[in-house]
Design a protein around this ligand. Sequence first.
Ligand SMILES: NC(=O)c1ccc[n+]([C@@H]2O[C@H](COP(=O)([O-])OP(=O)(O)OC[C@H]3O[C@@H](n4cnc5c(N)ncnc54)[C@H](O)[C@@H]3O)[C@@H](O)[C@H]2O)c1
Length: 376
Amino acid sequence: VDRVRLGFIGCGSVVRVMFGPFFRDLRGAEVIAVADTDEASARYVKQLYGVPHAYTDYRDLLAQAPVDAVVVGTPPHLHEEHVVAAARAGKHVLCEKPMATTVAACRRMIAACRDAGVLLMPGFMKRFQGSMLRAHELVERGDLGRVRHARADWGGIGIPSLRTGPSPEMRLAWKPVTPGGGVVHDLFSHTADLFRWLLGEVTLVGAEADVTQPKRSVDDAAVVTCRHRSGTTSVHVINYFSRRPWRECYELDGESATLQIRATGESWISTHGFELTLFEGPPPRATRITPNELEAFDLELRQNGQYLRELEHFCRAVRGEEPLRVTGEDGLRTAELVSAAYISAWRGAKVAIPLQEDEPDLAALFTDLKARRHPP
Ligand SMILES: NC(=O)c1ccc[n+]([C@@H]2O[C@H](COP(=O)([O-])OP(=O)(O)OC[C@H]3O[C@@H](n4cnc5c(N)ncnc54)[C@H](O)[C@@H]3O)[C@@H](O)[C@H]2O)c1
């Protein structure tokens, strides 16, 4: 394949805000079709980003549009159906995170893609962001010394002027009617994958998850702790409840330095980057090592833009030019941590990885978590 022909299943915020803006700039690939059960959404993305074909049934896209690969950007509880159908149609798949809402579903998706001989890549785009790659390099090179502790702090109120997608309130709005989860699914899936990549596999998970407001039916505030095999501990504070401005910040405490990775805007906008600062001392010394804020928009997007780099990497893998850097197995491992966090929050006990037990019925779990916080 010289030029990978792509289709997108789902035309919601992830396509409108994150991927759509650079559809026309893709190298070695072109987006030729989109599908969404909501006709207006499909038409909107088709017209705004100049996509030739739009469908209201993803099966028509798979059967009629000559695509080599698809990006699945539907709500998480539908990923399995859409990925398995795409694989059976012989299409390579980039599936948005979380790859699925259960480990069992991840297994079936991996098997379907393997049987069909197509690639499956979960959408952990942070691994492609310029600052994150630099952070990974610093950790690997030992510039921080041995990393003992790490923090992820993510959430708050979004900046409406910067987004065309839904507000955090609205983002959760579709979830009450689906068996998908709240912030643990939505944000911890990202921070868990990021810290697995930076700090290694996890062996133990503990969590508190809250449904803080009576009108909500899934978790909107959570704290997850992880023990990594290396002995590093990490804390993930994530929420859609805080009234503070949106913030996304990671800190890695090594024996010789602390690395701070802080989002400079709303990190999901195509070009928004992360600032890197290295703290050493005593006496305290801060060195700014941000590899972004390049002069030209195009350079910034190409060197740091996580969604563009993620998608172009996926397309190079489809063309057989490089191996996938994130695999279905990564999607499964992260789903396992998400399930472990929900089980831990439900039971009030830490959960060992690999997960030895059946995954919980999420609907029952959320009902119970909510009843504890808001007794009937
Ligand atoms: N990587 C990221 O930064 C990032 C950011 C946002 C969302 N996401 C992920 O992308 C996925 C979608 O999230 P979103 O925020 O775009 O949600 P959204 O609700 O804005 O959009 C989902 C879209 O899917 C459509 N849809 C529902 N059922 C469908 C079906 N059967 N066939 C075709 N289309 C269907 C809906 O009509 C809607 O337009 C989720 O997995 C989410 O976690 C990832």
